[in-house]
Design a protein around this ligand. Structure first.
Ligand code: HEC
Ligand code: HEC
Length: 233
């Protein structure tokens, strides 16, 4: 290749990739309002964003990829645990993450601030961002996992499963933790009564059990979660 040809390849290559880059940047800017659903930003969402900054949640968490790498990315947290799940975790992290090795501090937020945060996360969850950044791999989403969050409104037992910490150890339909077994078809093996007994006191059923007794549940919640799990066959 002569010097002259190399020069033209360099020039045309640089100019065309710069033009493409500028066009894509412009095109993204043009779509920001539509992709982020800016019309859904109301006072609650703004108050939630302020609370997120006030309590420095970003020190540990990323959101849309920005922030600290210590704790899970919160872009899709609503899809993962639902608004009720966010409330439970932020209100009492000591209890919600009692068995985790990473710790989240209790910053004693007011109930209204937690509601605002849930509104903010709900708005962020709706942003069409090409599913970037990838979510915490242990808690990877599946369509069935999303259905589970949706079903929580209809089934009190599914809501208990999501909000009372079961998912930090158990995976259901691809979403959740990996310390405990997958429970997708647990109803084929155990009845509601057996599940209830296990959840209340695993060691009474199996002296070698690693699952801690779930003392945070009311009798009613235990019954509901057992009925829900026993329906999964
Ligand atoms: C000092 C670090 C730290 C700060 C500050 C912090 N978190 Fe966390 N957070 C964590 C850790 C660590 C976890 C994961 C715990 C686990 O899975 O055992 C977590 C988990 C969560 C979860 C559950 C995520 C999921 O995918 O299950 C939510 C929701 C959450 N935090 C919200 C918040 C909010 C809102 C704030 C600010 C008010 C905040 N966090 C501040 C460390 C922190
Ligand atoms: C700290 C982690 C952890 C938490 C939190 C947890 N589990 Fe478990 N779970 C386990 C482990 C580990 C097992 C496997 C058996 C054992 O070692 O106890 C298990 C077993 C089970 C079983 C029996 C499965 C079988 O195949 O026999 C059921 C049912 C169950 N868990 C339901 C729940 C429910 C419902 C919740 C929430 C209220 C929950 N678990 C919370 C860790 C946990």
């Amino acid at each position: 290749m002569s010097k002259r040809i190399a020069f033209w390849i360099f020039l045309i290559g640089t100019l065309s990739s710069s033009a493409l880059f500028l066009f894509l940047t412009f095109d993204t800017q043009r779509q920001v309002e539509a992709l982020s659903h800016a019309d859904r930003i109301d006072d609650r969402v703004i108050a939630g964003k302020r609370a997120f900054q006030k309590y420095n949640c970003n020190d540990c968490h990323t959101i849309l990829g920005f922030g600290g790498y210590y704790a899970p990315d919160l872009t899709r947290v609503i899809r993962r645990v639902g608004a009720e799940g966010v409330r439970y975790r932020v209100t009492d992290p000591g209890k919600a993450f009692a068995n985790g090795w990473r710790k989240m501090p209790n910053q004693h937020l007011a109930a209204a601030e937690i509601d605002d945060l849930a509104a903010f996360f709900t708005w962020v969850d709706g942003i069409e961002n090409g599913d970037w950044p990838p979510q915490d791999s242990r808690k990877r989403l599946s369509r069935a996992g999303e259905r589970l969050v949706a079903s929580a409104a209809a089934s009190p037992g599914a809501a208990v499963f999501q909000t009372r910490g079961c998912m930090s150890c158990h995976t259901l339909h691809g979403a959740g933790g990996t310390f405990g077994p997958v429970l997708d078809t647990i109803g084929a093996r155990l009845s509601a009564g057996q599940i209830e007994r296990y959840v209340q006191d695993p060691k009474a059923v199996n002296p070698k059990a690693n699952m801690p007794a779930q003392t945070g549940l009311t009798d009613r919640e235990r019954e509901e979660v057992a009925r829900f799990l026993s329906s999964l066959k």
